[in-house]
Design a protein around this ligand. Structure first.
Ligand code: NAG
Ligand code: NAG
Ligand code: NAG
Ligand code: NAG
Ligand code: NAG
Ligand code: NAG
Ligand code: NAG
Ligand code: NAG
Length: 480
């Protein structure tokens, strides 16, 4: 009775108001660039107050879209006032600007919950979190992840040998050489704006990004007292500097004929695929992934997902606090996770801080003709470009040391060496392999060994990420 009454009401509502959106959001993955920060050329970059505002505003936007109970895009079943740690996974490289951006963003995603967050102790005293009910959400380092299934390999290109070689090759490409030559006079003409910080031989296309970044940060933060030629940085000049920086950085991040260059994007694609897959296979237990990263990773990922086919703007450096999101959606009726045939993925991007009535724009992945891509198609196509295991990472990167040592010695037959995994090398194998080995070892060595391994694994998960970098030659180290 009640059921048919409800569906009757829904039918009536949809007939009365055809704009009512029957679509259900099952989960989402948000990837964001940090907010405004200090210039890279001086090192020790810090998130500024402005940058904190930007990421907080963006986080608040996504709270209103995906968390708030009055939103028609609320992720189905997500806790709306008090964060449920099981439902959300947040990560960022071990880097002050990125980690702090993630924290500021999450403050917007789950704002202080005041009374709702208070707990009552055994003696009847009620305790509220500090800062008006501030909710703490853990931010994992990105060479790690909450899901131990895919943690240890998640460390981008910082020590991926072949990716470093590939990016360095850019500096011998014709594209680079011709840009270097054709922009020589242009950069030299900017010396009066740059010469307190850059030496004459640093003022060239080789440092296109660092120069753009220095002037951009100076323009935002310095008055003409600190930046006497501030007014000479016209809109046209700014656009030209950004365009040159984008050309250089996109080429460093992605090259269609040399896939390993986009290793950062491939690792991210694997992370996103696993998280969305987890939402489905856990039957909606895990719902929202949030990750912060550099524009370089955006560019690698955009290249791999063929977004430049949707808009050439995807080859440009995106603005601070830009976000993209992949939504898992369905029009199947009912609740819970439907059959995967009924699930689709929608990609959306917003350039720069998103606030108020702005909306992220839908773009088509993989050069497709539809805004939505079916889950199966998304999975198949993403698997082709993603890194999904340690072994795959070691193979593509050509690394044979460190965590790849055991992977290299066992090469393709990753399951055949359960007992040799009892050496310490066994702990740094492919994570899936580690899990397999752990099960085998638990039988062989008993539970104590299992606890030891779990403990050891946890410690290695906390290892700090190296600086985010794709290239070693000339450009400033990390690509934030
Ligand atoms: C209740 O327990 C808390 C924590 O132990 C303590 O701080 C508080 O003073 C206690 N309240 C009363 C009324 O005893
Ligand atoms: C892209 O990769 C190809 C093949 O390795 C290489 O010939 C070309 O120079 C690269 N282009 C850039 C801009 O790095
Ligand atoms: C920078 O360039 C300006 C204009 O050409 C010149 O006056 C100044 O001396 C230069 N400063 C340095 C540190 O070279
Ligand atoms: C902005 O001000 C800082 C601090 O005075 C200075 O180091 C930097 O060179 C200035 N930036 C520009 C673009 O002039
Ligand atoms: C800066 O702009 C002023 C006013 O347009 C111009 O006179 C001056 O030559 C410019 N300086 C430089 C170094 O470009
Ligand atoms: C998706 O999840 C299932 C079940 O946990 C797992 O077997 C499969 O490997 C996962 N696939 C990807 C691409 O993560
Ligand atoms: C974002 O905006 C910047 C300019 O501020 C541009 O360089 C870049 O191409 C844009 N990216 C996208 C995907 O729209
Ligand atoms: C659900 O239906 C609406 C209205 O026809 C459509 O715009 C939307 O793309 C559909 N969503 C999915 C996941 O099929």
């Amino acid at each position: 009775m009640r059921y048919s009454l409800q569906s009757g009401l829904i039918l009536a509502a949809s007939m009365a108001a055809p704009l009512v959106d029957a679509e259900r959001v099952l989960g989402a993955y948000l990837y964001s660039r940090h907010g405004d920060r200090t210039a890279k050329v001086f090192g020790n970059t810090e998130l500024t107050d402005l940058g904190y505002h930007e990421v907080f505003a963006a986080g608040s936007f996504y709270h209103d879209r995906y968390i708030a109970s009055d939103s028609d895009k609320q992720i189905e079943g997500i806790s709306d006032a008090i964060v449920n740690a099981e439902q959300i996974t947040a990560s960022a490289p071990a880097d002050a600007v990125l980690q702090n951006s993630a924290t500021g963003f999450l403050q917007g995603v789950y704002p202080p919950a005041a009374k709702a967050a208070s707990q009552t102790l055994g003696n009847g005293t009620s305790v509220q979190a500090p800062l008006g009910g501030y909710q703490i959400i853990q931010v994992q380092g990105t060479d790690t992840s909450q899901d131990s299934e895919n943690s240890a390999w998640l460390q981008g290109s910082s020590d991926c040998s072949k990716a470093t070689v590939s990016s360095n090759n850019y500096y011998t490409s014709n594209s680079y050489k011709s840009m270097l030559a054709s922009t020589k006079d242009f950069y030299t003409s900017l010396s009066p704006m740059l010469n307190t910080t850059f030496s004459a031989d640093e003022i060239s296309f080789k440092n296109a990004y660092t120069i753009f970044d220095y002037l951009n940060v100076g323009y935002i933060h310095n008055s003409t007292e600190d930046f006497p030629l501030r007014d000479n940085l016209t809109t046209e000049l700014y656009a030209q500097l950004l365009q040159l920086a984008s050309n250089q950085q996109y080429n460093l991040a992605f090259n269609a004929s040399d896939p390993v260059r986009a290793i950062d994007g491939a690792v991210l694609a694997g992370e996103i695929l696993s998280q969305l897959n987890e939402t489905i296979t856990s039957n909606g237990k895990s719902k929202l992934g949030v990750q912060f990263g550099s524009y370089g990773t955006f560019m690698s990922f955009f290249g791999l997902m063929q977004l430049p086919a949707a808009s050439v703007d995807f080859t440009g450096v995106c603005d601070y606090a830009s976000t993209f999101v992949l939504e898992l959606v369905t029009n199947a009726t009912g609740t819970g996770i439907p059959s995967t045939d009924d699930i689709s993925v929608r990609f959306m991007f917003h350039n720069g801080t998103i606030t108020g009535s702005d909306e992220p724009t839908v773009y088509r992945l993989f050069g497709q003709k539809n805004d939505l891509i079916s889950w199966d198609e998304f999975k198949t196509r993403t698997e082709k470009v993603a890194i999904l295991s340690d072994d795959q990472w070691c193979n593509q990167c050509g690394n044979t040391d460190g965590k790849c040592a055991s992977s290299a010695s066992t090469s393709s037959t990753s399951d055949s060496t359960g007992s040799s995994g009892s050496s310490s090398g066994g702990m740094s194998r492919a994570v899936a392999g580690v899990i397999g080995a752990m099960v085998t070892l638990a039988v062989i060595l008993g539970l104590e060994a299992l606890f030891f391994l779990v403990g050891g694994f946890r410690i290695s998960k906390r290892r700090k990420a190296g600086p985010e970098m794709i290239s070693a030659a000339g450009v400033a180290d990390d690509k934030k």
